[in-house]
Design a protein around this ligand. Sequence first.
Ligand code: NDP
Length: 229
Amino acid sequence: MATYFITGANRGVGLELTRQAAAAGHYVYAVCRGPGKAHDLSKLAAANQDNIEIVPMDVTQANSIATAKARIGTNPIDVLINNAGVMGDDPQSPLDMDFDVLTRVLAVNTVAPLRVTKAFLPNLERAKGKVIVISSMMGSFTYGETSKMAYCTSKTAVNRLFHALAQDLKSKGVAVGILSPGWVRTDMGGPSATLTVETSVKGLLQQIAALDLKTSGSFGNYAGQALPW
Ligand code: NDP
């Protein structure tokens, strides 16, 4: 049994990651910023009291991260999944950018994954664990559209950070995965998305299981395909 720490666990990809990891017998710290409103997660946790623990944490707030860290203490974390993310409202094309949106999206999608990873690094090191960031094809330079540039840029930047992090964590025995879930039917992905959350998450968990120090720092999708930077 491994210990998972999953952010954005109250809905979408994060909720399904929690469900499938717990169903596989793992212990899950299900991390979300509003446990009082997290009805689906609360129900799931109530049915899995032995291995799902809800941890309140806003990934953008240093004091909130510190409170969560005090709660986890020195417990080892085998798999930390930075899943929480936001798309941000329009406009976000380069020539018509809402700068508050750009700042907010970068804070959640780029700054927070590194801050959270640094906070829990001692727990990851104890387990010689793995840290994942849920990224997107929209962070690839090959993605042509310019309308969602706050989001795209935030994912490009987090890819760069986690690629560098992989280099720096190799000697500590911690592997880093940069994974796209595909286009998934969640609040963010919308109803036209091609993948169910179950299919995407099944694939993501397979890729996480396969990740090791040799493949650390690579960018791939839920189906195991390498993606272009
Ligand atoms: P959803 O919009 O369904 O869920 C987003 C999650 O992130 C929610 O749990 C939300 O919590 C949480 N979150 C947002 N801001 C914060 C914060 N400050 N602190 C803590 N939690 C926060 O998105 P998905 O499940 O679809 O996306 C999950 C990840 O997958 C994201 O990183 C996204 O960029 C990525 N992705 C998704 C794709 C898709 O097609 N769905 C495609 C490619 C990548 P709350 O309910 O409190 O807002």
